[in-house]
Design a protein around this ligand. Structure first.
Ligand code: IMP
Ligand code: MG
Length: 449
């Protein structure tokens, strides 16, 4: 049965972020009620064009000020709701009160820090002219940017305020976040200098990517994706310790590498040294069974959309992941990519239920391909937090979720793989490598100010 709910859900929900949509709806009210230029024309007469322009300038200013005040108030109220959610322990506790924000937006994630939204709004309003707009209401991207800026401001405030509990680990997705989709990092890419500066400042930097290349051979694959950064590090004045603070978590949460000063590139670290207990307990036969079933599912779905032509697509099966990729410059339709990733997600849920298994899995639309991976970025980030603190006596330990930032481009609730990192870290949702650079510039500036 295709119910209305199902149609709505399939068409929209997986692409939306309910929290952002909810804030957008709140801001639409003051936009509709206070941004109306026409009302200021009414009943006025103008001597000449000059007067009219002067009048408009001053009225424009008044309208903008009014809109800015009203938007600011909305962000103040949302900030209070977030603070209240944190105070009540984020998730509703067994017999405790459900935070009001969770009642209003049931799917809202966990907040690891308060968010100074009004201050962030003013900063973004200066850049984006949100309150100066008369025809375009505050958009999804405006709000996404306000949330990012608020998160960066909060982490910088805590960093400056407290010497122990502060930002320690910054993780980045690869494709679209550090480099363009399918490309590699070059030495003169602007993000490289920022990453080096963060390493200089003593932060741990992790690249948490779905791209999965196992074993020491994997090291050369990650080197070629991150060549620009590794080469720049080798020529930099970074200390040995600072260099070793660069790690790569590949295949979501499957393969760990750490920069090695001796090798001047990445060293593969065996799973036994860092797998979380949960991951060590996964039943290997269950993993194999799931891979086998997803493989069959992909073969069928590839046929269904007439993609089963070797000149168009192929199925790549690795030890812990499986994907449909385009070949010979073929482009898989966006609708097919979404359909395949959502259908694989559904199949995974079925398989997990059938096996009564707690194995973590992830199916996502990578923009030009679709992948199913065993593991997810929540585990990838958490594994880094725990691996870096396996020597618990280190004064940076433990590394908490509130002390970790993950920057990525895939935060839609389904068919996206950075979304899961929200369970293990504060996050910033970017839409291009340039936005990553902008966010890092903000972070470095706020840390210094
Ligand atoms: P990310 O954006 O850094 O997480 O990388 C996602 C992209 O990595 C996918 O869209 C694929 O093109 C590529 N990739 C290569 N190998 C794998 C794999 O084993 N699993 C998932 N993605 C992979
Ligand atoms: Mg990405």
């Amino acid at each position: 049965m295709t119910s209305r709910y199902r149609v709505e859900y399939s068409l929209k929900s997986h692409r939306r972020d309910e929290f952002i949509e909810w804030i957008k709806a709140l801001l639409a009210v003051p936009f509709v009620l206070h941004s109306d230029v026409e009302n200021f024309f009414h009943g006025s007469s103008f001597g000449d064009v000059q007067d009219y322009e002067e009048f408009m300038k001053s009225k424009e200013f008044e309208i903008s000020k009014e809109c800015q005040k009203r938007y600011y108030e909305v962000f103040e109220d949302v900030e209070s709701l977030i603070t209240n959610t944190i105070e009540l322990g984020n998730r509703s506790q067994a017999n405790g009160p459900v935070p009001r924000l969770r009642k209003l937006v049931p799917s809202v994630g966990t907040f690891f820090t308060p968010l100074p939204l009004p201050r962030a709004f003013l900063a973004e309003d200066r850049r984006r002219g949100i309150s100066r707009r008369r025809f375009v209401s505050p958009s999804f991207n405006d709000i996404r940017n306000v949330l990012n800026t608020a998160q960066i401001m909060a982490l910088a405030d805590i960093y400056k305020d407290d010497t122990i509990k502060h930002l320690k680990l910054i993780t980045f997705d690869g494709d679209v976040t550090l480099y363009d989709d399918g490309k590699s990092l070059m030495k003169d890419d602007p993000v490289v200098a920022r990453l080096i500066e963060l390493l200089h400042a003593g932060f741990f930097i992790g690249v948490v990517t779905a791209a999965g290349y196992p074993g020491q051979q994997g090291s050369s694959q990650y080197y070629s994706r991150l060549k620009g950064l590794v080469d720049a590090m080798n020529e930099s004045t970074l200390s040995i310790q600072q260099r070793q603070n660069l790690l790569v978590m590949g295949g979501e949460s499957n393969y760990l590498f750490r920069y090695s000063h001796e090798l001047q590139t990445f060293r593969f670290i065996d799973g036994e040294d860092w797998f979380l207990p949960l991951m060590l307990n996964w039943n290997k036969d269950h993993i194999e069974y799931m891979m086998e079933n997803i493989h069959r599912h992909m073969i069928n779905i590839r046929k269904k959309f007439s993609l089963d032509d070797e000149s168009k697509t192929s199925i790549v099966r690795k030890e812990r992941s499986i994907g449909i990729i385009p070949v010979n410059g073929f482009k898989i339709l966006r609708e097919h990519l979404e359909e395949i990733s959502l259908s694989c997600s559904g199949k995974l849920t079925e398989l997990l239920l059938e096996l009564a298994s707690d194995i973590k899995v992830c199916a996502f639309n990578g923009g030009s391909d679709v992948w199913v991976d065993i593991g997810d970025k929540a585990l990838g980030v958490e594994s880094l937090q725990s691996y870096l603190c396996r020597d618990e006596w280190l004064d940076v330990c433990p590394i908490l979720k509130s002390e970790t930032l993950h920057v990525g481009d895939q935060f839609a609730s389904l068919g996206a793989n950075d979304f899961k990192a929200r369970l293990s870290a504060c996050t910033a949702w970017i839409a291009s490598p340039q936005e990553t650079v902008d966010i890092l510039d903000d972070l470095l500036a706020y840390l210094k100010s």
